[in-house]
Write a protein that binds this ligand. Structure first.
Ligand code: AMP
Length: 119
């Protein structure tokens, strides 16, 4: 999947549309999902132009990958989710129903999340 710089998360990164920011550093931005599926539903995105997890893992620099993972860890720690548990999801491509073609990790928590997938 090639990167579309007009996607909504690219616009958030450029400050063209607002978000409910939770955390930001040089590698990552975290904000609340606009349509939360769980009491806690945070999106964490890298600052670079990567469409999917595979694109990011293959093409980002080591510093970007480490920086992003550390940011994800900080957001999880500061959200106080670790003691009760949480789920990370990253959709990629049409079978996963990825809506926004900028790599992102959903952090879901705040209630029992049930089985991994609906039947
Ligand atoms: P995905 O299906 O994995 O691509 O998920 C995209 C997510 O982005 C969905 O959960 C949407 O609710 C969320 N979303 C779309 N637009 C915005 C926005 N402007 N601010 C915050 N979250 C958004």
């Amino acid at each position: 999947m090639s990167y579309d710089s007009n996607n909504i998360f690219a616009k958030i990164l450029r400050g063209e549309i607002p978000c409910k920011k939770i955390y930001e550093d040089q590698f990552a931005l975290a904000f609340n999902d606009i349509h939360p599926k769980t009491p806690v539903h945070i999106l964490v995105i890298p600052k670079g132009p990567y469409a999917t997890y595979g694109d990011f893992a293959s093409n980002a620099s080591d510093a970007e990958i480490v920086g992003f993972e550390r940011a994800l860890g900080k957001v999880i720690a500061e959200s106080d989710l670790a003691s009760r548990g949480y789920r990370l999801i990253s959709n990629a491509g049409s079978h996963s129903h990825q809506e926004v073609p900028h790599y992102h990790v959903h952090i879901l928590g705040g209630r029992d999340l049930g089985p991994l997938l609906a039947k």
